[in-house]
Design a protein around this ligand. Sequence first.
Ligand SMILES: [Zn+2]
Length: 179
Amino acid sequence: MYCGYCRKNNPVEAIFCMQCGKHIKTMDRSEPSPPVQSVGPSSPSWMGRVAVSLSVFIWAIFAGIILWGISHIGRSLILLAIAALLAFALAPLIKVVERRMPRQIPRWVPIVIVYIVVFGILSTIIYFILKTVIIEVRELAGEAEQLFSSQGGSSSSSLLATLKSWGFDNSQIVKYPEN
Ligand SMILES: [Zn+2]
């Protein structure tokens, strides 16, 4: 047992240093270890580096799997979030309907009624929006078809006229290949 103060090598059972008289048991200083040689594949630090890089690699794979999973269930997560938001928004409405119902009616009845009404309104709105969008897209497609199928100079298309007013001529405007 080496003394922590004067470094004298004392017997193992010694409590006080034989040279300086200080308490050495509590120091618990053993012989200083020789410096670790960290060269070569058999050295422990090399093993440590392999272990660290291996665990980083495994964690990277794990993170990749998690990200892949999120990207694949992302759509259902969004749907779930919308459903939760809708339920949260509809809760007060359900309570209002519930209060106007007679006592003997079970609790699911107002919930079902509110959901049917709200989904009916929502789907009607979405239907009309989609209808408008589809009609506009069709009109645009028809206009584009008319533009590209018309014979260059005789065209009265508004888009072509606009392009011409900006200084384009027919050779610059790309046309659909004529059948
Ligand atoms: Zn000592």
